[in-house]
Design a binder for this molecule. Structure first.
Ligand code: PMP
Length: 447
């Protein structure tokens, strides 16, 4: 028999530790579209783990690649040293990034990717003699991980307020979510392109544009509740950045690797940034890994900035291009291609959309929005409660419906693995609908 779980030593991330430890939600196995809970139930994974297991859990090819690499070479330094898999992984990644974006810097996760990209942006301007470009611009409700750079350009008060002022020289644009004008939007919302124009207004009214180094945005703001940019919004941001010599960074930690039915959000929106940050789906989340992909001009500027025998960028991680992560990334990128998973996501997305919008008349549903295989269902807020209605529904889904969803505030976010089939989409939304209905009925009878 298993010994009882000791919970006191682990300090859990982004978790109400004391509440969680009273009744832990535990997962112990995974395969394909399902987790197995520690009490032996099959749990349908509506969130691809944390937006990351795009090819489904425990893919045999990825598992085998990691096992083989672990038995071959556990670790190799990548400072002034190399190993072939690092180059192979970068080459494979560059094959699917947008044209012209093909130089890859490896790190270990999204947060490191964000810090890496921001540092590259600042250094890029300096090496070109524009040290005056120090400002960074993010967006309200932007999530860019938890490094100091990331929480500073990020726009989530909760992630900042415990830690003081963060980086200086930061500004935030408004986010483009507008439930009043774009309620129950399918695909790209129609209204709101003009919000991108606020970048130019701010540049001219508040900041000298020549003081701005970079603008960083998620093509879809995932973690704060699936905020989809209005039609033409990202293109307009691109135009303004180009006009003023400002680098545009896409944080594609969620939108990368097929989530929108294309390799990257940049492809879906047909807007090419100067840098793309990716992580999560890069290794199907089997081994932590992140990357910053930059355009050739940025890389070439660094190469031209100093003599051949000097280090061009003073940045790197012990585990940059870790052999296990590289093996996992190579196998994962092959799986995406062999199984045509991005195309598959694009094909099934209309079915996912139709199933999602069937929930629109359920109690407390204020908005449903979706693109590709990502969907946000926003519920009406409840005054005076610390635990939201969405969180109660998340718990109900886990314990009673054998379904894993994710919530942020009053919003339920869904982002299943790209291998989801029609029957599983039906199951996902019917289980969720039951949970929403039962939760509302219970609330009514307990008044
Ligand atoms: N950027 C975005 C857009 C993300 O969604 C996340 C994680 N959800 C991160 C950065 C941070 O990634 P990580 O948790 O791997 O550090």
């Amino acid at each position: 028999m298993n010994s009882p779980l000791q919970t006191e030593h682990l300090w859990m991330p982004f978790t109400a530790n004391r509440q969680f430890k009273e009744k832990p939600r535990l997962l112990s196995k995974a395969e394909g579209m399902y987790y197995q809970s520690s009490d032996g139930r099959q749990i349908l994974d509506g969130t691809a783990g944390l937006w990351c297991v795009n090819a489904g859990h425990n893919h045999p090819k990825i598992v085998a690649a990691i096992q083989q690499q672990a038995a071959t070479m556990d670790f190799a330094p990548t400072f002034q040293m190399g190993h072939p898999l690092a180059f192979e992984a970068a080459t494979k990644l560059a094959e699917i990034t947008p044209t012209g974006m093909d130089r890859v810097f490896f790190c270990n996760d999204g947060s490191e990717g964000v810090d890496t990209a921001l540092k590259i942006a600042l250094a890029y301007h300096r090496i070109r003699g524009e040290a005056g470009r120090f400002r960074l611009i993010g967006r309200e409700r932007g999530y860019h991980g938890v490094g100091f750079g990331g929480i500073s350009v990020g726009g989530i008060a909760g992630n900042r307020k415990q830690f003081g002022p963060g980086l200086s020289g930061i500004d935030h644009l408004p986010h483009p979510l507008d439930i009043t004008r774009n309620a129950f939007s399918k695909g790209l919302p129609v209204h709101g392109e003009e919000l991108a124009g606020i970048l130019e207004t701010r540049l001219l009214a508040l900041h000298d544009p020549t003081t701005v180094a970079a603008v960083i945005v998620e093509p879809i703001q995932g973690s704060t509740g699936v905020i989809i940019p209005p039609k033409d919004y990202l293109r307009r941001l691109r135009d303004i950045c180009s006009k003023h010599g400002i680098l545009l960074i896409f944080d594609e930690v969620i939108t990368g690797f097929g989530r929108l039915g294309t390799a990257f959000g940049a492809d879906y929106f047909d807007v090419i940034p100067d840098m793309i940050i990716c992580a999560k789906g890069l290794t199907n989340a089997a081994v932590p890994m992140g990357a910053v992909v930059v355009n050739t001009a940025i890389y070439d500027s660094f190469m031209a900035s100093s003599p051949k025998d000097s280090i061009e960028l003073f940045h790197g991680y012990t585990y940059s291009a870790h052999p296990l992560a590289c093996a996992a990334a190579i196998a994962t990128l092959e799986v995406y291609q062999e199984e045509q998973l991005f195309e598959r996501a694009a094909q099934i997305a209309p079915y996912f959309e139709a199933a999602a919008h069937q929930l629109r008349d359920l109690p407390h549903v204020r908005d449903i929005r979706n693109l590709g295989l990502v969907c946000g269902i926003e519920l009406s807020p409840q005054a005076g409660k610390t635990t939201t209605r969405a969180f109660d529904i998340f718990e109900k889904c886990f314990w009673e419906k054998d379904l894993l969803i994710r919530t942020t505030g009053d919003i339920i976010a869904l982002s299943p693995p790209l291998i989801i089939n029609h029957a599983q989409i039906e199951q996902l939304f019917s289980k969720l609908a039951e949970a929403i209905r039962e939760h509302a009925n219970k609330a009514n009878t307990s008044i």
